[in-house]
Design a protein around this ligand. Structure first.
Ligand SMILES: [Zn+2]
Length: 440
């Protein structure tokens, strides 16, 4: 649709940049996808979002990429072109290792600084933290997991996140996993959760944004991306994260010793958890949560109820940035805005129409954050505190209030007035608003 507005030379440039994946390409066929024959629709190659030098396509790698995620294809194409990339899992200085280990002793603290932990582990925060949590919760022993397979699985997960994304990268996944661990420890949950519940929760948290391209669903829809077609424009990214996670689970053989029935159940329940992170479905989940709390009928001995609470917990973990200390929260705000604005820059460059919240000329971090907190975070965490009225919940609400006040202060300084809420957030029920990828 948007092509008709482009002049012919511009159209050709546009096509040459955006149609790098045409042809018969299979996507994660091992993960159970139908074979996809890409049609004549132009679609976006995720690589254009990052570095220009990465755009060249190696013909020799064409077959290999059929089985790889976009992120893993990038690495393999570098390999085929003889470009060496520093190994992120190299040996760390003992001192750094010691400090990282020390931090893990406090992995259940809400003040846990994931950015520092990522530096101390040389960019391996997701692998180190998740492996540690598997051990801490006794999952390795309980499910008789092969630790080599577990580590290999976690390395694949970490590598399938796009490190070039300012926000949706492996550090965000590690942060969400750490928050999920904090929620699993809450008294109401910890006394009723089974090892199976904990296993699903940690895997879902670690993989919930797997292979995220750094743009949102409307962007994929308006550029006719094949993922939008594959998932019929519904929870496009979340479905992709889930199916990518399933692909890695199967590839790693981590649970190959379990029965087929259990593996299928696991895949489907992980899907339920990841799909719940679609922020456009927030109102539905929130009203169900509210109704349960009003009726007081949540019974955590009931597996379905427990599963629902785990969905709510993962939703909270996913958007808990404003509930962290100001030092951590501010860094996340800057990173997510950078990702929005990057999308806006591409949309401007290719005349795609700039998405809400993505225009660096008209938006500010403060406005975006205040809208995000008011319409999404406060309602969710308010209900969570009703469910689990603990010190952690009060701490999170405390940070949320303080952080909002800080952004209001920034907003006043910038505009000379206060209380401006981004109008985009006032359209919560419409499709344009805040699509998960940009805010989770
Ligand atoms: Zn997320």
């Amino acid at each position: 649709m948007f092509i008709c507005i482009l002049s012919l030379p511009l159209f050709h440039t546009f096509i040459s940049l955006l149609t790098l994946f045409l042809g018969d390409v299979r996507v994660r066929s091992r993960a159970g996808f139908e074979t996809e024959r890409r049609g004549s629709h132009p679609y976006i190659d995720f690589r254009i979002f990052h570095s220009n030098s990465e755009i060249e396509v190696s013909v020799s790698a064409r077959n290999v990429r059929r089985l790889l995620s976009f992120q893993r294809y990038l690495r393999s194409s570098r390999f085929f072109r003889g470009i060496t990339v520093p190994n992120s899992s190299n040996i760390l200085d003992d001192d750094y290792n010691g400090q990282a280990k020390c931090m893990l002793e406090k992995v259940g603290n809400w003040n846990f600084d994931i950015f520092l932990f990522d530096r101390l582990t040389n960019g391996n925060s997701l692998v180190s933290l998740t492996f540690h949590l598997f051990n801490l919760h006794g999952l390795i022993e309980h499910f008789q997991l092969d630790t080599m397979k577990l580590r290999r699985f976690l390395v694949m997960v970490q590598e399938d996140y796009h490190s070039q994304n300012p926000y949706h990268n492996a550090v965000h996944a590690a942060d969400v996993t750490q928050a999920m661990h904090c929620y699993l420890k809450e008294p109401k949950l910890s006394k009723s959760l089974t090892p199976w519940d904990v296993l699903l929760s940690l895997v879902a948290a670690a993989t919930h944004d797997l292979d995220h391209p750094g743009v949102n669903q409307p962007f994929l829809i308006k550029t006719n991306h094949y993922l939008a077609t594959l998932y019929k424009n519904t929870s496009v990214l979340e479905n992709h994260h889930w199916r990518s996670a399933v692909g890695l689970l199967r590839e790693s053989g981590l649970f190959a010793h379990m029965s087929l029935e259990n593996r299928q159940l696991m895949e489907s329940q992980i899907g339920d958890l990841i799909l719940a992170t679609d922020i456009s479905q927030q109102n539905e989940y929130l009203s169900m949560f509210r109704s349960h709390l009003d009726r007081g009928d949540l019974c955590l001995e009931n597996a379905n109820h427990r599963h629902f609470i785990l969905q709510m917990a993962l939703k909270c973990a996913d958007i808990c940035n404003p509930c962290r200390t100001w030092e951590l929260s501010k860094q996340w705000s800057e990173k997510v805005t950078e990702e929005f604005f990057h999308q806006g820059d591409i949309e401007k460059k290719y005349h795609l129409g700039v998405s809400p919240l993505c225009d660096r000329q008209t938006e500010t971090i403060a406005n975006i954050q205040i809208g995000f907190m008011t319409y999404l975070v406060e309602p969710l965490f308010g209900e969570w505190a009703r469910f689990s009225n603990t010190r952690l919940s009060q701490t999170m609400l405390g940070h949320l209030g303080l952080n909002k006040a800080s952004w209001k202060g920034v907003q006043r300084e910038q505009s000379g007035s206060g209380d401006d809420v981004d109008p985009a957030f006032e359209e919560m029920d419409s499709d344009i608003l805040p699509q998960e990828p940009r805010l989770s």
